[in-house]
Design a protein around this ligand. Structure first.
Ligand SMILES: Nc1ncnc2c1ncn2[C@@H]1O[C@H](COP(=O)(O)OP(=O)(O)OP(=O)(O)O)[C@@H](O)[C@H]1O
Length: 328
């Protein structure tokens, strides 16, 4: 009798993931720009790939799209192994990476016609209509006939988005799509991304702007120095941050004693800053009502009691050790 075949220990692509990487590594010389990341991007999500400049976002995107070769690890895109399945996967993926190269002497529409005709999966009979629709969608309908050399940076960026959307895609990969856009253009691109996702397209979008990810995305992954330090639905990422209590009281010394006895770490800085009227501490799993009860039992005069939930910003800063640009 033969032994049953050895069980495959490394499971195949997980169902429901548009992008999955395991142990993905890219080195430049001795330095790992991408240092063993395990991405899991659910289908249908708008996944914000967030991290400070230089944290490895663009390099990761280039690896996902087969524009660079990994030094280690596995990549699955739309359930197919990359880069082996590049030719079959790419038609289902629209990408905006590093500002596309357009011919300045052709119009916006002319450039898209040219790019579309270079795509052997794109039907020529519907080309003109698709180019028209894509330009309308990104708000460039009025400038379709204008030469690209007269386009602003924001218009070029939108033309890049139109190019990514020339055909229906299962996945859009956008590297900093609002870079160089004015506030109006930024708002348009964000709402465009949301509407694409509402139509079922998975959107993987990199950004160094926390506020942008909060406005556009359902999920996020946080990069720091080549590592993916957290990922998941935005709500889960937020709740992973610690909540804290702020107590308003004239009896700060006593309140600090109570907090210490409950095993919390009082933040004396809070008390000092507010001239002796506040004490604060991380909740550390203690129920807020238990804190109030203990304070009252010890005769602390509680004038105010607030539970503050960690903001996404606090969470990200604590994970990356870096400040984020929260503008946008
Ligand atoms: N071709 C290359 N040769 C050498 N080093 C590189 C190369 N491409 C990227 N790097 C380095 O890898 C690191 C990650 O860069 P990457 O562009 O992926 O970061 P990023 O998070 O996309 O930042 P940014 O938003 O500034 O583009 C950086 O230190 C960068 O200098």
């Amino acid at each position: 009798m033969t032994e049953p075949a050895h069980q495959e220990t490394h499971p195949g692509p997980r169902y429901g993931l548009a992008i999955e990487t395991r142990g993905l590594v890219k080195r430049f010389g001795h330095r790992a720009a991408v240092d063993g990341i395990d991405l899991a991007v659910p289908r249908g999500s708008v996944f914000g790939f967030l991290g400070p400049n230089g944290s490895g976002k663009t390099t990761t995107i280039r690896l996902l799209l087969g524009l660079a070769t990994a030094n280690g690890g596995d990549i699955n895109v739309l359930g197919r192994k990359m880069p082996q399945s590049l030719a079959s996967v790419l038609p289902d993926v629209g990408a905006l990476v590093e500002g596309p190269g357009f011919y300045p002497f052709l119009s916006g529409a002319g450039n898209l016609m040219r790019l579309d005709s270079a795509d052997r999966h794109a039907a020529s009979s519907t080309r003109r209509q698709r180019v028209h629709d894509a330009l309308e969608r990104v708000g460039l309908g009025h400038a379709a006939g204008k030469k690209v050399r007269a386009y602003s940076l924001g218009m070029k960026q939108r033309l890049g988005l139109a190019n990514a959307m020339l055909r229906p895609r299962e996945l859009l990969v956008l590297d900093e799509p609002t870079n160089g856009l004015d506030p109006q253009g930024t708002r348009e691109v964000r709402s465009l991304v949301r509407s694409l996702a509402a139509g079922g397209t998975t959107v993987f979008v990199s950004s160094h702007l926390l506020a942008e990810v909060e406005q556009m995305c359902t999920h996020a992954g946080i990069m720091s120095a080549g590592r993916l330090v957290a990922q998941g639905p935005l709500d889960e990422l937020r709740s992973g941050g610690e909540s804290r209590v702020i107590i308003q009281t004239p009896d700060v010394g006593k309140a600090v004693g109570v907090l210490s006895r409950l095993g919390l770490v009082p933040e004396t800085g809070v008390a000092q800053r507010e001239a002796g009227t506040l004490a604060g501490a991380g909740l550390n799993g203690v129920a807020p009502e238990a804190i109030v009860a203990a304070l009252v039992a010890e005769g602390v005069r509680v004038r105010g009691f607030t539970v503050e939930n960690a903001s996404l910003e606090e969470r990200f800063v604590s994970l990356t050790g870096e400040g984020f640009d929260v503008a946008g």
